[in-house]
Design a protein around this ligand. Structure first.
Ligand code: UTP
Length: 476
């Protein structure tokens, strides 16, 4: 089809759906830009856009709360009471280690988000966070993956999901850091999809005269992108069976966890989750529930107060388990979802969306002016035939960097990184000087090359010199 024929067809299609304005500035564009815009129009999914506009843009469809639901069961974080369960944990740890040693596990970080709350220029993975050496999030994960590969004596490939908005910058960062010591062939960087951004009246916004405003389709987009990008095919060719999923903003995550991987495999779970006990009834994390026998996450904003506040006889919250975006996903599950066709529910986010107006003038709104749409990975949990939950301890594994200041800020994360290092040292029998309030009176950073879990520190306890008050310690 010639360009002018394509233009005519696009104009007709867009007109039919009330989106004709997308071509208003077409005449100002050069040939390549015109082609780019026509390609972008071709990619718009008009089988779904009118429904999205109706449900999530011009209206805000309330999330359908299941009629009946209860709390989900879970495996406790450590030392289960019964002999039988302790034996199961031992067996699971052994199996997890075997799967890692057999090269059956891949690390997978979702790093396609825009990180608007943190306000950092560039991909969030490049944010410097470690308390002594100021290592970036990517560097911490890269070094951890390298150390885990050495520990288990097998390649641990790393899959990195980016978005079209940060793919090029992310690849550059990995290249300029020499893939953090990993073999380049074991790092697979790919892009997730996007969804168009809408003004409140349902019109799609333009980012520039020739570009449709769009944002990444949420971490739920990973389940499609893993497949579409060829990542799952690559995993299959390497014999990978389990995908260890984590977020780019949480430097405390146990990137590959023997117990979690082993329990998932023993129970033949298609998608598993780690959870923590919520700090309070309304903590802003999703709630693990059971709906029709399936693990389902109900967002904190959707859980009615009555349920959120409900307590068990021992005083604990009935819905006590919060979701922290750490999963083990079987590769076969991702393949099955994609082969059968699946669509995760859409969530709306009201945002300030930079765009150009009808004249092509750039607009940077001071107030929210439209809606971004996204999908969430935990919405795939009910699609799994089997799903288990393993509790984790917040101070061990969850310190996400979300905001520039206050809660979930770099300051809090750094403090938690030091606290965890201190806890690992203490568990190894090493004295850590403390302040009057019990917090460490020193700054400690443990390089992943030295230890990736408390047990590794214990094994090297004799290599650690006594720590003095006020000292800065880097263990490598
Ligand atoms: P968040 O929900 O914290 O979003 O992402 P964000 O985009 O990073 O930050 P804000 O909301 O703009 O401040 C949680 C994790 O999911 C990834 C992020 O990169 C982060 O690791 N994510 C999020 C994606 O990979 N893709 C997305 O479309 C959204």
């Amino acid at each position: 089809m010639s360009r002018s024929e394509r233009y005519k067809a696009a104009k007709e299609l867009l007109g039919r759906y009330g989106q004709g304005h997308l071509l208003d500035l077409y005449d100002r564009l050069g040939d390549d830009e015109q082609d780019g815009l026509l390609d972008a129009v071709d990619r718009l999914d008009f089988s779904r856009i009118p429904g999205w506009v109706q449900d999530y843009v011009t209206n805000s469809k309330p999330a359908a709360l299941p009629e009946e639901f209860g709390p989900a069961d879970y495996y406790p974080a450590t030392s289960p009471d019964s002999e039988q369960m302790r034996a199961k944990y031992d067996q699971a740890r052994k199996l997890g280690a075997e799967l890692l040693a057999g090269g059956k596990v891949a690390a997978f970080v979702v790093a396609g988000g825009q990180g608007t709350r943190l306000g950092f220029d560039g991909p969030k993975g490049n944010f410097p966070i470690s308390p002594v050496r100021n290592k970036t999030l990517f560097q911490i994960f890269g070094e951890t993956i390298l150390a885990a590969g050495r520990k288990y004596g097998a390649d641990l490939p790393w899959y990195v999901m980016t978005s079209p908005l940060n793919y090029v910058a992310t690849v550059e960062i990995f290249k300029s850091n020499d893939y953090y010591g990993l073999d380049e062939s074991n790092v697979f960087i790919f892009q997730q999809g996007t969804l168009p951004n809408f003004a409140f009246d349902g019109k799609i916004l333009m980012a520039s005269a020739g570009t449709i405003a769009a944002s990444p389709d949420g971490h739920g987009g990973s389940l499609k992108a893993l497949y579409d990008s060829g990542a799952t095919a690559d995993m299959k060719s390497r014999g990978i069976e389990y995908i260890s999923y984590f977020q780019v903003d949480n430097p405390l995550v146990s990137v590959v966890d023997e117990l979690f991987i082993g329990l998932s495999a023993m129970d033949e779970a298609e998608m598993s989750s780690r959870a923590l006990i919520k700090a309070h009834s309304k903590e802003k994390v999703g709630n693990f529930c059971l709906v029709d026998g399936r693990v389902t996450v109900i967002e904190y904003s959707d859980l009615p107060d009555e349920q959120a506040e409900k307590r068990s006889p021992d005083g604990s919250l009935v819905f006590e388990l919060g979701s922290i975006a750490i999963h083990v996903i079987s590769r076969a599950f991702v393949e099955k979802l994609n082969a059968d066709g699946f669509a995760l529910p859409i969530h709306r986010a009201v945002k300030k969306i930079a765009h150009v107006d009808a004249d092509g003038t750039a607009v940077k709104p001071e107030e929210p002016n439209g809606v971004k749409l996204e999908t969430f990975v935990f919405d795939a949990l009910p699609l799994a035939d089997k799903s288990i939950i393993l509790q984790t301890i917040r101070s061990e594994e969850f310190a996400p960097v979300k905001n520039a200041t206050g809660d979930d800020s770099p300051e809090v994360t750094r403090r938690m990184m030091v606290d965890r290092s201190a806890a690992w040292l203490k568990a190894a029998g090493i004295e850590v000087p403390t302040k009057a309030d019990g917090s460490p009176d020193c700054v400690i950073e443990i390089a992943p090359g030295f230890a990736i879990c408390a047990g590794d520190v214990k094994a090297k306890a004799d290599q650690i010199a006594p720590i003095k008050s006020g000292e800065t310690v880097y263990l490598e």
